[in-house]
Design a protein around this ligand. Structure first.
Ligand code: ACO
Length: 334
């Protein structure tokens, strides 16, 4: 009888951010803001922004390469590449180009979009393919270049975001480290955070009764207070649900790894769940909110710094546009 392993191990991680950094003080030179406002309201001190020599594909490929290297696999052993992004270089998808750059010749590759929840949704999707025995080695990348899409004159949004990419390799294993998940969407709140098609402003009349829309998007628009309230209420719920499915208590968590949107959101979620501050992973001071990349960048940096160790249990949660939110509980390592 054919047998296959359907447990899931996390075997490698990598990340990449652009070399061009922008501090809060530098931002205050072109938009009416201050280091004091940004630091105290968000915890962000600096972010990296893609220059003309960076692309979503180049950042994603670099993060992916490092993740594959640290997993010890050859790129040709990867079966599936999932790229979580809202900002592809190509609206038809950027995953295939990353596949080619890696030399992952046997992998099928596609994009998945769920804004700042994208990485959690993507590792959960990867897990389903491994569980069913269809694929053995899956590369999951979270990457975004929101600097292309913010209005740099809008201080309510432009100070929040940064660019980057992070990746993990998940592999079939005899032991199972993907312990539980919960994913949610609520499109009735879509208007709270958008990077939306804006064709009406640019319609093109072909014939008297035929007008087509032209491809343009309006910059990111956000109701910050609504998103804040949503995150603080909904994120603890999905973490509790994922932990319930994993049959684990809050005390069993070594690390709380949230989407790096705002330090105040991290503090509020941790306090609702009664998780002590020393278990909360935070790197937004250095990178800002990198959307789908924020969780895998924070994870990779913590692994490389030696704070997250093999066997540690991580409760991770993403939240953002859609609105979407979701949590996954997993154990790092093989
Ligand atoms: N610099 C200086 N002043 C500012 C700035 C700025 N960068 N931005 C706003 N202000 C001003 C406002 O104009 C307002 O002034 P007013 O009172 O004179 O009108 C005042 O500061 C307060 O503004 P609020 O919007 O009430 O500020 P708030 O305390 O809510 O903080 C923030 C705003 C940081 C955006 C917060 O609401 C937040 O973090 N929300 C969550 C955002 C988020 O997490 N998004 C994640 C999803 S991202 C994704 O999915 C792509």
């Amino acid at each position: 009888m054919h047998s296959f392993e359907t447990g899931i191990a996390f075997t490698g991680s990598g990340s990449s951010v652009p070399s061009s950094s922008l501090s809060n003080d530098q931002m205050s030179r072109f938009v009416e803001t201050s280091d004091e406002w940004i630091s105290s309201r968000t915890g962000i001190q600096a972010r990296q922004v893609a220059t003309t020599s960076d692309s979503l594909t180049s950042l994603g490929s670099e993060a992916a390469q490092k993740a594959v290297e640290s997993s010890g696999l050859e790129a040709s052993s990867i079966d599936l590449i999932l790229l979580a992004t809202s900002t592809p270089d190509d609206l038809f998808g950027s995953a295939s180009k990353i596949q080619a750059q890696l030399g992952a010749t046997q992998a099928v590759a596609f994009d998945l979009t769920a804004a700042c929840s994208g990485f959690i949704f993507a590792i959960t999707t990867a897990a389903q393919f491994i569980r069913t025995g269809v694929y053995k080695n899956v590369l999951v990348i979270g990457a975004d270049i929101l600097s292309r899409w913010v209005d740099w004159g809008d201080r309510r949004t432009c100070v929040l975001f940064g660019d980057g990419a992070g990746a993990v390799v998940m592999s079939a294993s005899s032991s199972d480290h993907f312990l539980g998940f919960e994913m949610r969407s609520d499109g009735s709140l879509n208007h709270c955070l958008t990077l939306a098609y804006d064709g009406d402003s640019n319609a093109q009349t072909l014939l008297d009764n035929v007008t087509v829309q032209k491809g343009t998007f309006a910059p990111i628009a956000m109701n910050g207070q609504e998103v804040y309230r949503f995150a603080v209420k909904r994120v603890p719920e999905v973490i509790e649900k994922a932990l319930f499915r994993a049959d684990l208590s809050i005390d069993a968590i070594d690390w709380l790894l949230l989407h790096q949107a705002n330090q105040r959101i991290l503090d509020a979620v941790a306090s609702r769940l009664k998780i002590p501050a020393e278990k909360v992973i935070s790197n937004m001071a250095a990178h800002g909110n990198t959307s789908a990349a924020s969780i895998p960048i924070a994870l990779d940096e913590s692994i490389r710094a030696g704070s997250v160790k093999p066997g540690d249990t991580i409760a991770a949660a993403g939240f953002g546009a859609g609105l979407t939110w979701g949590a996954a509980v997993f154990r790092w390592g093989t």
